[in-house]
Design a protein around this ligand. Structure first.
Ligand SMILES: [Ca+2]
Ligand SMILES: [Ca+2]
Ligand SMILES: [Ca+2]
Ligand SMILES: [Ca+2]
Length: 315
């Protein structure tokens, strides 16, 4: 995903040339961090930061900065519930005093049941507001006794405001959406990728953490000996190594769904338990780690997804 966004950004810059205002419209971002937040059920403190990157307003560069913001966060109330919203360090960074109002979900005439709003402004500012990057706010959710995934997005009314010489500026910005994944913490392996749910929601990637317990593609452990060589799914050993997993994936490189066998005689479409065996080795660029099969196995699209996971161990 990050690679795709980078490509789109580069493509957009190429299209607009060097126009200051057009670049400014695309290089400010407001995003959730972490973009993926994992939690167990029955937590009351699932915290997600809202970060701003590269805030500036070309019309009053380099003097002015952020004077107010109005964040509308949309989530799935069937999966998580809203607890609180607090202003971060960014808005008051230059010495002004932020004044904030938080509107919980279902505030009459303001927010719907799936929205929370945080409005902060600097009252009688003595200084120009901050420019650059920092933490705008932190939102805390609770996860009830149910599992699921809630995406986090910004309502289109979200805005950033700069006041300069009596003019109001509301620069355009890119939005980085997020997700909160609520999992049952136990010894089970909900997605069958070899890492228990508990390990997947942990914070250490080398132990299988920072992953989604409902995404079977984010732990790139594959059978070796390969299905092509008569192996079975039980040849996955719950650890990702250069001795087994990398050569197994490389063996399938240049095979694709509906295509002929590659130069090693490996055919994506050969069946294993009624499914194309290439599916077991095929990945794409995922949110944090490898993502779902995309029908083609290559060095760039697949083996390169495995390398950052080398040594990750769920045994
Ligand atoms: Ca798992
Ligand atoms: Ca997983
Ligand atoms: Ca392995
Ligand atoms: Ca692929």
């Amino acid at each position: 995903m990050r690679r795709v966004l980078l490509f789109l950004t580069v493509a957009a810059l190429a299209l607009v040339g060097t126009s200051d205002s057009a670049i400014a419209a695309s290089d400010i971002t407001v995003r959730f961090a972490p973009a993926l937040k994992y939690t167990g059920i029955n937590s009351s403190s699932v915290k997600v930061d809202i970060l701003i990157d590269n805030y500036h307003v070309p019309a009053c560069d380099p003097t002015c900065g952020l004077d107010a913001y109005d964040l509308w966060v949309v989530f799935d109330p069937a999966v998580i519930s809203y607890v609180s919203f607090v202003n971060g360090e960014f808005l008051g960074r230059t010495g002004n005093t932020p004044v904030c109002v938080a509107y919980p979900p279902s505030t009459p005439n303001v927010t719907g049941p799936n929205q929370a709003r945080l409005q902060c402004t600097t009252w009688a500012p003595q200084h120009y507001g901050p420019r650059g990057s920092g933490t705008l706010a932190t939102i805390t959710f609770a996860s009830p006794a149910t599992t699921g995934t809630s995406t986090l997005t910004f309502d289109s009314r979200t805005e950033l405001v700069t006041v300069y010489l009596g003019q109001y500026y509301r620069p355009a910005f890119e939005e980085g959406n997020g997700s909160v994944v609520v999992a049952t913490l136990g010894s089970g392996d909900s997605d069958g990728d070899g890492c228990t749910d508990t390990k997947e929601v942990g914070y250490n990637p080398a132990l299988g953490g920072w992953r989604n317990p409902f995404d079977a593609n984010d732990f790139y452990d594959v059978p070796s000996p390969t299905l092509h060589d008569g192996g079975t799914l039980s040849n996955r050993d719950k650890v990702i190594t250069s001795a087994k997993d990398l050569p197994a994936v490389l063996k399938y490189v240049s095979s694709y769904a509906g295509g002929p066998a590659n130069s090693l005689g490996v055919d994506y479409d050969d069946l294993y338990s009624g499914k194309a065996e290439g599916l077991t080795y095929d990945r794409s660029n995922g949110v944090e780690w490898s993502g779902a099969p995309d029908g083609y196995i290559s060095v760039i699209g697949d083996a390169m997804e495995l390398l950052p996971q080398m040594g990750h161990d769920c045994r």
